[in-house]
Design a protein around this ligand. Structure first.
Ligand code: GDP
Ligand code: IMO
Ligand code: MG
Length: 460
């Protein structure tokens, strides 16, 4: 059986925590898209692990695979593995031979394109600078280099000799930037051949789909760990302010080599943060306050003081600063059109709602129930981002809940959650017509009220 964990908003919903929570019963944890742009946090017994490329299953000592739908920076791969080993873990990680490789020139081009967009208009995405977009571009352009090809030095050299001069010309002739050592074929060849040798020596590559199917046939449990979130999905997100892959559940099939019927037989769990955060640019209709350089039009002196205070309160209470980049995250109220869109696009069978502890202490909690776009009420996300950026929000207001001993709540179960918070949770569950599987009341594995375990049915 499989269980798929998907971000239902803009990323950073707590997917790492959800994978860790339900991971015990999994035999294998698989990432199916994205690369080291992710930042997944797992907190257990006071230890915090931040993973950007490795599946969060490593913390529980699970066998992990980076699937063919991912883009892989070998430097990050080995750095993260070495760091975890230094911390006493014994990670078992393999990489799909069909996954694409991020080269240093991809990262340089990522930065150059962002600078260019910044100079020429409002198309800057605020990427993580990890070369994600340029690597997926090369994959779609059929000039990318795959992990399995690093192990064949002759093939690697011929691929680099084809592609690197194109990249050099792009940087120098189109963008007018001098190309550095990141565009030196000999240097790239030596470094990446060495990575290939290490991958081979450590037996770290795998034919992902064939291997996973065999394990499923043997009765093993597979967990898919989505990165990013539905609203930054390249198809279903707020294009062009998106990442370059599909975090939605369909990609668990394409990005691993298992059929959609296999993935669809298991649960698909949407991870929901009880409010919104966004890192990077693009619209955010329920945004509170704003963040210089990310919130469109922010900084003209017209900000609402009360909203600014609320945003700062939530940001600080929730520690809403990027795991990878350290950037302050933009903050907003929960947005139901976003969740309806996410639940449909991935076919959620359950949701995990976290961070209700962060909102404790507020007098009132608001939720964007629907939008008004061009005089019409809309209950899901408009396909054209420009229309979405113009919408006004119809809010539902909920009485706030006070701060309580959340560890005691996690111990005592659902009924111990403050009543007003339960009203809020039940509204979300009813609107989505999707059951709540767990409620997060703090960052640790223990800080969770578990109602359903997708691997073995009800626990309460
Ligand atoms: P991911 O990218 O979806 O894995 O999420 P991140 O790790 O980037 O961000 C989620 C942050 O919230 C992490 O620091 C988690 O430890 C923390 N977290 C997760 N669930 C909860 C929760 O229910 N309450 C609180 N206070 N923090 C949480
Ligand atoms: P996790 O897995 C939040 C955002 C970036 C930027 C846009 C494109 O931790 O939820 P990219 O470098 O991917 O080309 O950037 O996507 N972004 C994320 N935001 N969480 C993430 O991952 C993200 N990964 C990318 O901020 O706006
Ligand atoms: Mg994150």
């Amino acid at each position: 059986m499989t269980v798929t964990i998907v971000g239902s908003q803009f990323g950073d919903e707590g997917k790492g925590g959800a994978v860790d929570l339900y991971g015990e019963a999994a035999d294998i944890v698989v990432r199916y898209q994205g690369g080291d742009n992710a930042g997944h946090t797992v907190v257990h017994e006071g230890e915090e692990y931040k993973l950007s490329l490795l599946p969060s299953g490593v913390v529980r000592g699970k066998e992990c695979i980076i699937g063919n739908g991912c883009v892989v920076n070998p430097e990050t791969l080995f750095d993260e593995l070495d760091t975890l080993r230094e911390r006493g873990l014994d990670p078992s990680v393999r990489v799909a031979e069909r996954a694409h490789v991020i080269f240093p020139y991809h990262r340089v081009i990522d930065g150059i394109e962002e600078d260019d967009k910044d100079e020429k208009g409002d198309l800057t995405v605020g990427t993580t600078g990890r070369g994600i977009g340029p690597t997926y571009e090369d994959k779609a352009g059929r000039r990318g280099i795959r992990v399995g090809e690093l192990l064949d030095s002759e093939l690697l050299r011929s691929r680099l000799e084809y592609v690197v001069p194109q990249k050099r010309a792009l940087v120098e002739d189109v963008f007018g930037v001098e190309a550095g050592s990141e565009f030196d074929v000999d240097r790239l060849f030596e470094t990446y051949r060495d990575y290939g040798e290490r991958l081979a020596e450590e037996g770290m590559t795998v034919d992902c789909g064939t291997y996973l199917q065999r394990r499923i046939d043997d009765g093993d449990e597979v967990m898919f760990e989505g990165a990013q979130g539905t609203l930054i999905d390249i198809d279903h997100g707020t294009y062009p302010y998106v990442t370059s892959s599909n975090p939605t559940a369909g990609a668990a099939s394409v990005g691993s080599g298992l059929g959609p019927t296999v993935v669809g037989r298991g649960d698909v769990i949407g991870v929901v943060k009880a409010y919104l955060t966004r890192v990077g640019t693009g619209p955010l209709p329920t945004e509170l306050g704003g963040v210089e350089g990310q919130t469109p039009g922010y900084g003209d002196g017209t900000a609402d003081e009360e909203e600014e205070e609320l945003a700062t309160y939530i940001r600080d209470e929730g520690g809403e600063y990027g795991t990878v980049t350290g950037r302050p995250r933009r903050v907003g109220w929960l947005d139901m059109p976003i969740l309806r869109h996410a639940a449909r696009a991935s076919g959620f069978t359950g949701i995990v709602v976290g961070h209700i502890d962060v909102l404790a202490g507020l007098d009132e909690v608001r939720v964007g129930h629907s939008y008004e776009v061009d005089g019409e009420e809309v209950t899901t996300v408009p396909p054209i981002t420009e229309a979405w950026s113009r919408c006004t929000v119809n809010y539902r207001r909920f009485d706030g809940w006070s701060d309580v001993d959340w560890s005691a709540v996690a111990r005592d179960g659902y009924e111990a959650i403050p009543e007003n918070a339960r009203t809020y949770l039940e509204y979300v569950q009813e609107e989505l017509d999707t059951p709540i599987y767990a409620v997060g009341v703090g960052p640790g594995r223990e800080d969770t009220v578990v109602l359903e375990d997708p691997f073995d049915g009800s626990t309460e």
